[in-house]
Design a protein around this ligand. Structure first.
Ligand SMILES: C[S@@+](CC[C@H](N)C(=O)[O-])C[C@H]1O[C@@H](n2cnc3c(N)ncnc32)[C@H](O)[C@@H]1O
Length: 318
């Protein structure tokens, strides 16, 4: 059945206003946080109070915080100890504020998800919601020249870490194959009929369009998940029927620089939301290996990012 709404009004207020009072100092330094209302919308749409939500790449724990405030329980995995520690603090604060629910965060590589998630939760997760790291060209905060004493605009907080193994720092093809592996493991911990929501967007690399949403759909299929919806989550507000852009300084700069090179970019003001389900033809937990933990891990699919733009850029790359 088609979804009743395909556009989510998720930025009626700014990201800072949505986060106010809910996140520990230091959280804003994460370069690519999910907009809280995107997480909240998905959690409200695809789960019920008391359900279990998992984010295998949880950053500072936005999805866990929103889940707990909505009366759900939440599990998170994050590769970087710095962000995992903040996710733990943020989830604990949410549980205190909500007076119920739990949020548990493990630090590790989500390709080891079935080992990191306690066995008691295997086959019990109702919703996986996550966002892979991608296209860091528009990440970062502006640091004022008064702070630094330097001339011109200085970028800060634009990296997840300096660890080359963080999936933010590998090639797009490696990221996609790792992400397919992570989704394969998510399928094991999901209950049959459970939902996976991935937020992502396309970006350009040396002038080429990297169609990450299409590649993520392929990764989901390869992981044995069925794509069910494709929605748009707005990053722009709506006033008097018009979109109010909420672009960052570096998003604007990126687009202006590209246009100067003859690449006809526009500022992206939405996230693609890709929704999958774990098929449940019988209504039972069919896969007995789910109850044996890691035994269900299928072979690795190979996913490549479709490159759809043939425009030659300044460096002559296609
Ligand atoms: C787009 S961010 C997610 C942000 C998160 N939704 C939030 O609001 O804070 C992707 C995260 O994946 C993490 N990551 C990278 N490689 C990973 C891996 N192999 N396993 C788990 N997390 C990983 C990055 O450190 C980053 O924090």
């Amino acid at each position: 059945m088609p979804a009743p709404f395909s556009v989510w009004n998720t930025a009626p207020t700014s990201a800072a206003a949505q986060r106010k009072g809910r996140y520990a100092p230091g959280s804003s330094a994460h370069p690519a946080k999910m907009l809280p209302k995107i997480a909240a919308h998905a959690i409200a749409a695809y789960t019920r109070p008391g359900d279990l939500v998992l984010d295998p790449m949880c950053g500072i724990g936005t999805t866990l915080v929103e889940a707990i405030h909505l009366g759900r329980n939440a599990l998170g995995v994050e590769y970087e100890p710095r962000w995992a520690a903040l996710a733990r603090i943020n989830a604990a604060a949410a549980a205190r504020a909500a007076g119920a629910g739990f949020g548990s965060v493990r630090c590790g590589d989500a390709r080891d998800l079935t080992r990191l998630i306690p066995f008691e939760h295997h086959g019990k997760v109702d919703l996986v919601i996550t966002s892979p790291p991608y296209g860091n060209s528009v990440h970062g905060h502006v640091r004022s020249t008064r702070e630094t004493g330097e001339r011109g605009v200085v970028k800060r907080c634009d990296r997840y870490s300096h660890d080359p193994s963080n999936l933010a720092h590998v090639s797009t093809d490696r990221l996609l194959n790792a992400f397919a592996e992570i989704l394969t493991q998510c399928r094991v911990v999901l209950r049959p009929g459970g939902t996976v929501v991935v937020t992502t967007r396309p970006w350009r690399e040396r002038g080429e369009l990297i169609d990450l949403p299409s590649a993520v759909i392929a990764a989901g299929r390869a992981a044995g998940l069925a794509p069910t919806e494709r929605c748009v989550a707005l990053l722009a507000g709506i006033r008097d029927g018009r979109l109010i852009p909420r672009s960052s300084f570096f998003q604007m700069k990126y687009v202006r620089d590209a246009r100067r090179q003859g690449i006809p970019l526009a500022v992206i003001q939405h996230e693609d939301v890709l929704v999958f389900t774990r098929p449940d033809p019988t209504g039972h937990c069919r896969n007995t290996a789910v109850n044996k933990g890691r035994a269900t891990r299928p072979g690795r699919p190979t996913i490549r990012a479709p490159r759809t733009c043939t425009q030659r850029n300044r460096d002559g790359h296609r």
